[in-house]
Design a protein around this ligand. Sequence first.
Ligand code: ZN
Length: 260
Amino acid sequence: MAIRTVVWGENIHERTNKVVAEVYPKGMHTTIAEALNTDGAISATTATMEQDQHGLPQSRLDETDVLIWWGHKDHGGVSDETVERVAKRVWEGMGLIVLHSGHFSKIFKRLMGTPCDLKWREAGERERIWVTNPGHPIAQGLGDGFAIEYEEMYGEHFDVPEPLETVFISWFQGGEVFRSGLTYRRGNGNIFYFRPGHETYPTYHQAPVQHVLRNAVKWAYNANNRNTAVHYGNVPIEKAPEPIVERGPKLHAPGEEGYK
Ligand code: ZN
């Protein structure tokens, strides 16, 4: 079965900014989904912020293997309930790919636990994306890397936890560098942060960028979901794997729920 992928787009600048609307007449989310669907192993659909429950009700998330997230203008407009639903699905095993300005999204900050701040500059600079982990599945088919002629600069320090793997590092014309492809694991879920994708530039129309996204969806997919609804709790003495005799003082009565 193809990897069920949902591309989530904030879809605000595409409707309110003339430049962005010209670069992405169907929205960035549609451009990305169409690029993913050129690969038969991926089945991509879209969801956008203005839809009911931001297009991500529980029923939809339950049938999503990998979620891609692009937001910028209104991170605060995403409801906390949606953020928690998405976080829980990541802990269960849903893959999450966070793009560009999604570094400040509620869901990314929730899962990273750090400010996720960075330096930035809008000057249409050339970005060279260097592969720093050539054996990584996300880097396959890219050689040493690739260049994007016009991009926004993101510079270090990127205030995220030390990643599991650094797949790409970017250099910008103005001199800054940035860790632009980072992997994490939270619970059972694989997470990939990918830097490029400023909305006034045609970044997601470019072949190497689309190639990275297809690789990333396949890497993030985890067929082994874990049911987080299972509650572990207090193990009674008679259920201990080895026989034991109770001794010493106790805080809890037998069978009592623990504190939370
Ligand atoms: Zn940007």
